[in-house]
Design a binder for this molecule. Structure first.
Ligand code: AMP
Length: 114
């Protein structure tokens, strides 16, 4: 079954793309957990990081470089967090791999444990 992100990428559900290229798109998270909360989503529907394979090496690297670029463009280049949930057990809810890019909290809120 197609995920919400596959539908967004296919244009079946309207979304504001902050960035798009041949390999990925970037949207704002609909329920932001930080002042800036973006999602970098590969066009390839890899369900989760645990199911990526060596052929995805360049794509995975690209997603992180786009995350870096987006953080810079959205004013959080100095301090941002990237998260990839892999599996329902750690809270993954959309089974189409994506990189969360979050920032904009005060420094005191940037702990790894928050
Ligand atoms: P995860 O828990 O890692 O699978 O993250 C899925 C994220 O997708 C959550 O932070 C949701 O708020 C976000 N999300 C779900 N549906 C949409 C949507 N239509 N547009 C933007 N973000 C969404």
């Amino acid at each position: 079954m197609s995920t919400i992100f596959a539908k967004i990428i296919a244009g079946e559900i309207p979304a504001d793309f902050l960035h798009e290229d041949e390999q990925c798109v970037v949207i704002r998270d609909i329920q932001p957990q930080a002042p800036v909360h973006l999602l970098v989503i590969p066009r390839k529907p890899i369900p989760k990081l645990a199911e990526a394979d060596p052929a995805d090496q360049a794509l995975l690297g690209h997603l992180l470089l786009v995350a870096r670029q987006m953080a810079h463009e959205h004013g959080i280049g100095d301090a941002f967090r990237t998260v990839i949930n892999s599996g329902a057990g750690v809270g993954q809810t959309v089974f189409h791999l994506h990189v969360h890019v979050m920032g904009g909290h005060r420094a005191s809120e940037q702990s790894l444990n928050s």
